[in-house]
Design a protein. Sequence first.
Length: 207
Amino acid sequence: MAEQASVVLVHGLWMKGVVLGLQRLRIARRGFDARIFSYASMRDTLQENAARLSEFVSALPASKVHLVGHSMGGLVILDMLNRTTVDSRIGRIALLGTPCADCHASRRLALFRLGKKILGRSMPTEPLAWSAGKHEVGVISGTRSFGLGRVIRDVPQPNDGVIAVAETLLPGMRDQLSLSVSHSEMLISAEVAKQVCAFLQRGSFLH
């Protein structure tokens, strides 16, 4: 019997790992050893959290480790892949509403002192030059505009209420899929879980 591949799920800003509990169960039902990496998204820097993720991945016994990041969790994954010695067991990566290219909402908040405190130390407030590099990365973008975008003006359309579709696009990505879900709905959507599993298994979404 083939050994299960591990899947590490990484949550976003202001959240804890428990928010990915439902998606972890759905992914596990499809034959993966699904695990959640929880980190201090407000207190620690992006680099510190990426280093801890690297340690978490290194401790897993699986021969293959896939990664799934929601929102800023995807940036933690990308930073780990760009800044540390990459574990050779890393497989495919699925990013859910991750602001790879830019984040209009965070730049708006960063203009205010309270906004900077709300963003914490991990969330970049300037565009960063991320790329998929040699990794197979699949991007899921939301198009249901419901959330922070109702408060922060001028979030580019289409968007998921927080992150614009254009902001999720990653140079060198293997595949991209837009779904009618909001930013927060990605945490509970059965369709998102199904599409994530499809990409991890075959390297493409179910278009």
